[in-house]
Write a protein that binds this ligand. Structure first.
Ligand code: ADP
Ligand code: MG
Length: 444
């Protein structure tokens, strides 16, 4: 393990040449046990961080971003491959590496100052130095005046600043951030991003490099010098994009917009190719996309100005959706046979165009038909209910079946999704209280 003081003065030259590699991820793979099997979450990931740069790791939710960050911070181990930190293999959590999370578990019984000091206590720093450094970090991140406040008295944005102060107080050489702005409202997030970038460009933090995980393309282009795009299932670095703009950046600059669109197109092309290859199976995870959202997107696409075909970045912007919102809807529409994705465009299929013109009952019938043909889990539930004498089956029966393929949480979510879809298509009914599927109400 490295001591941050030694890192900054003894092991390294005082001011390493700009661009020197500080971190290298080499052939890192990671799987998670799944019943008797193992599911590969990260597959042969390679990346390096150089001094003086902010690197973004961009990928959809579930692509393994947090897993990779936890490996880099030494919190968990890779199944294979290695991480080099300052030229040496990483073994466990390295000092000099700080992590910022989406939300922080602050100690509710400690004040802001005490919460920030807590990070140093673990390192055995004396009381006086602790106080001085905590006050400096609080000052730096714009929390002065709040030293004696308790977390519950702070807004979400201020709480996140306490988290940043706790990460910065140890004078890290590398700052790892896992969607640090995604739990904040738009304005608060932008203020905090800008404040952090100001500290960075003014050289007011001893940090050599920052790695920020995000599913937000604009955020990546706003903050990073280089963006690595991570694919899903399994996570791989599939593209590297250099961002040539100086800070501070202007989101409305045409060059900025163009780069955002290009990355969007790149990601949608890849996602679309992957989705079209992926036929659903009984044990496939179903994303939490409501039939309302599906119908809404079909209607929007069918109407002017799109008339059945839209540029994905454009429709995302007009509907205020992020990649994480739009991709799953588009994917589900594809899997149900209501849409195709081609060259970064989302196209309605002929049935979907008809769907948009129909009344509620006709829509339900068409949806039921597409559901039974394209979603094996829905067909399976229907078949089991048909075969059973009372045409009833408890939820737990399907839950157990799904748990052979999915984690408990994913199995629960997938069942909730298929219940929502099945109810809309009226292929079965489900009682929330008794947790029983049945055909009765449908047939009545
Ligand atoms: P992201 O941060 O990109 O949303 P994560 O790294 O959190 O993705 O998760 C990637 C995949 O790995 C998910 O499918 C998740 O369910 C799975 N996963 C993450 N941690 C564990 C774990 N401890 N055990 C089993 N599966 C996990
Ligand atoms: Mg994550």
């Amino acid at each position: 393990m490295l001591n941050p003081k030694i890192v900054s003065s003894d092991l390294l030259p005082m001011r390493p040449v700009p661009g020197q590699e500080v971190l290298a991820v080499k052939h890192v793979s990671r799987g998670f046990a799944k019943k008797d099997d193992e599911r590969l979450v990260l597959d042969d990931v390679n990346l390096s961080l150089r001094e003086g740069e902010i690197v973004g790791l961009l990928g959809r939710s579930g692509s393994g971003k947090s897993t990779l960050l936890r490996i880099i911070s030494g919190l968990i181990e890779a199944t294979s491959g290695e991480v080099n930190w300052l030229g040496k293999p990483l073994e466990g959590p390295a000092e000099g590496v700080s992590m910022v999370f989406q939300t922080f578990a602050l100690f509710p019984w400690l004040t802001v100052l005490q919460n920030v000091e807590a990070g140093l206590e673990a390192q055995g720093v004396g009381a006086r130095e602790r106080r001085e450094r905590a006050l400096a970090a609080i000052d730096l991140i714009g929390l002065d005046g709040f030293e004696n406040a308790y977390p519950r008295e702070l807004s979400g944005g201020m709480r996140q600043r306490v988290g940043f102060a706790r990460a910065l107080v140890v004078d890290p050489a590398l700052l790892l951030m896992d969607e640090p702005f995604s739990a904040l409202d738009v304005l608060t997030a932008e203020t905090l991003r800008t404040d952090l970038l100001d500290l960075w460009t003014q050289g007011r933090m001893p940090i050599k490099s920052m790695l920020i995980v995000t599913h937000n393309i604009e955020e990546a282009v706003f903050m990073c010098d280089r963006i690595l795009v991570l694919s899903s299932n399994p996570g791989r670095v599939v593209a590297e994009i250099k961002v040539p703009f100086k800070h501070p950046r202007n989101r409305l600059d045409p060059a900025f917009r163009k780069l955002v669109d290009e990355i969007y197109a790149k990601m949608t092309a890849r996602e679309a190719a992957e989705a079209s290859q992926r036929r659903l199976e009984v044990g496939s995870r179903l994303p939490d996309v409501s039939t309302n959202l599906m119908a809404g997107l079909i209607e929007t696409l069918a109407a002017a100005p799109y008339h059945g075909r839209a540029d994905m970045p454009e429709i995302a912007r007009s509907l205020h959706l992020e990649v994480d919102d739009l991709f799953p809807i588009a994917e589900v529409l594809q899997q149900l046979g209501f849409a195709d994705v081609r060259d970064g465009d989302l196209l309605l299929t002929p049935p979907a165009r008809v769907f948009a013109e129909m009344g509620t009952q006709a829509r339900k019938l068409m949806f039921a038909d597409h559901l039974l043909r394209n979603v094996p889990l829905a067909a399976r539930i229907k078949k089991v209910l048909n075969e059973r004498p009372g045409h009833r089956a408890p939820r737990v029966r399907f839950e157990q079946e799904l748990e052979d393929f999915l984690s408990d949480v994913a199995a629960e979510e997938t069942l909730d999704t298929v219940i929502d879809w099945g109810r809309y298509g009226e292929i079965f009914s489900y009682n929330d209280q008794s947790e029983i599927f049945s055909l009765e109400d449908v047939e009545a």
